[in-house]
Ligand binder design. Structure first.
Ligand code: NAD
Length: 497
């Protein structure tokens, strides 16, 4: 059985732990490999190596760091087919979608190539007579990233390229369900000329995460995953005096106004609800049908959901692949059962799909519920599968109240042709990322990504300008040369003179 190991200090690292976890090909249901699960001692070795590497890396001029990152970008482009196939084989999503997610990660690498410009400080001449003041941003030290299964390339790439560009060293703890992509990216970064110890991948579960949270030498933690774990990370990172950004789960609403281009809204919803089998934190899992649009919306959606081409991600004609594991498949099916019991109307039932040659794969077809109500579990909780719930409301205000009352606040969209409605929605909605006639409003690399409410714990969002701020600390220097005005001792607060 193929064993996936850690990558520490520029090479494969076996570690001392004997614990492993199984990796499956979700399309066939077969186990393909296993991954080492790091012990605390293994994590401590990685931290020590990252600490040693920090001394030289943080001193390198940003332009030299940028050159290594630029080479890394070229290597990702050159190897994109191989990386995409790794994503498909361990996550299950369809090839083009996997490739798109890699490219969204690559865009953050491109952004990080501009680090000399991004790290330019601020300077004021003569803040007082003959006194100058300037501010610079310096790296934090060792940063760690803990990432979810659903974007094995993109989410880690939201973090480590910017952190490393800023002069930090980095330890990535990817999801134990699909870790191979992270290890491959680390190999490519080394090939690009990154010094050993600057980027390390430690595989593992709670034990490795806790070791990162409690290690005094780790300065900052970036986390993406479910809300309960995000909260745990936020609390424990803060308790251990670390900087932290922790992105959690979601329940994203797409508001469909009666005046919208309905075909555009339906197509948008199809991709946003069923793309990547709904395993996206920005998936639109609730369609809010406003006024009289409900019947027409459900009618158009149901026809398309029934025709969804479900199949292995490696088959280029598939529109939707399997779920990541058997346990996750059972969980999603369980939610569909609950929805029926709660009294929602199951318009399309994808639970009994059978694919010839892939009978053991973790497949479920698209599911569509109508008449979902606010108090139902299938409305309140994140299902993270291809299950779209339609909630009917009487008017725009009720739609806004519904979205704002939900505990999650990651993304939302509205379909309308009324500019006034679109603007009011963007202004009043309590959500971090908003789309107007855009189904999945994921910010591009040079803006920042993050939700509100219980979808995000922390202050600075990920990548873009907030990413640079998160991975650096501010230092402000005030200086006067001895040739300037000489003064007697002053015992009062200095003011601008
Ligand atoms: P998860 O929370 O189970 O795992 C995320 C990471 O935390 C993994 O690396 C895992 O090993 C680790 N982990 C799991 N249990 C832990 C524990 N008890 N203690 C310490 N560490 C633990 O999430 P997942 O199932 O891998 O991913 C799906 C979730 O991630 C969904 O809720 C989805 O919405 C969310 N997500 C959010 C965003 C966002 O940007 N907000 C993006 C992608 C995914």
């Amino acid at each position: 059985m193929n064993l996936i190991q850690h990558f520490v200090n520029g090479k494969v690292f076996k570690g001392s732990s004997k614990r492993t976890s199984k990796i499956f090909n979700p399309a066939t249901g077969e186990q393909t490999s296993e991954v080492n699960l790091a012990s605390k001692d293994d994590v401590d070795v990685a931290v020590q190596k990252a600490k040693e590497a920090f001394i030289d890396w943080s001193n390198k001029p940003p332009v030299q760091r940028a050159r290594v990152i630029f080479k890394f970008k070229e290597l990702i482009e050159k190897n994109s087919d191989e990386i995409t196939k790794i994503i498909v084989s361990e996550h299950g999503k369809v090839y083009e979608d996997a490739k798109g997610s890699l490219i969204r990660g690559l865009e953050v690498v491109e952004f990080a190539c501009g680090i000399p410009n991004l790290l330019k400080g601020e300077f004021t001449e003569n803040v007082g007579t003959d006194v100058d003041s300037w501010s610079v941003r310096q790296p934090l030290g060792i940063c760690a990233g803990i990432t979810p299964f659903n974007f094995p390339a993109m989410v880690p790439m939201w973090m480590f390229p910017i952190s490393i560009a800023c002069g930090n060293t980095f330890i990535l703890k990817p999801s134990e369900k699909d870790p191979s992509c992270s290890v491959r990216l680390a190999q490519l970064f080394k090939e690009a000329g990154l010094p050993d110890g600057v980027f390390n991948v430690v595989n593992g579960d709670k034990e490795a995460v806790d070791a990162l949270l409690t290690n005094k030498d780790v300065a900052a933690i970036s986390f993406v995953g479910s809300t309960p774990i995000a909260k745990y990370i936020y609390e424990n990172a803060a308790k251990n005096e670390k900087r932290v950004q922790a992105l959690g789960g979601a329940k994203n609403h797409c508001v469909v106004m009666p005046d919208c281009d309905l075909d555009q809204a339906v197509n948008g919803l199809m991709g946003a609800a069923y793309g990547s089998a709904g395993e996206r934190c920005m998936a639109q899992s609730v369609a809010v049908a406003v006024g009289k649009v409900g019947d027409q919306l459900v009618n158009k959606l149901s026809k398309k959901v029934e025709l969804l081409r479900v199949g292995p991600g490696s088959d280029k004609s598939s529109e939707m692949g399997p779920l990541v594991t058997k346990e996750h498949l059972e969980k999603v099916k369980g939610y569909v059962d609950i929805g029926i019991k709660e009294g929602a109307k199951l318009v399309v039932d994808g639970r009994n799909i059978k694919l010839q040659g892939f009978e053991k794969g973790f497949f479920i077809g698209g599911c569509l519920f109508d008449y979902v109500k606010k108090n139902m579990k299938i409305y309140k909780e994140e299902i993270f599968g291809p299950v779209l719930s339609v909630v009917r409301v009487k008017d725009f205000k009720s739609a806004v109240d519904l979205v704002n009352d939900h505990e999650f606040g990651n993304g939302t969209s509205i379909y309308t042709r009324d500019g006034d409605i679109g603007r009011t929605f963007a202004n009043k909605i309590k959500i971090g990322m908003v789309g107007i006639n855009i189904p999945i409003p994921v910010p591009v690399a040079f803006h920042s990504f993050g939700g509100w409410k219980r979808s995000f714990f922390g202050d600075q969002h990920m990548h873009g300008p907030e990413g640079v701020r998160f991975y650096t600390k501010l230092k402000t220097i005030t200086s006067r040369w001895p040739s300037g005005i000489r003064s007697d001792p002053e015992f009062v607060m200095p003011t601008m003179k």
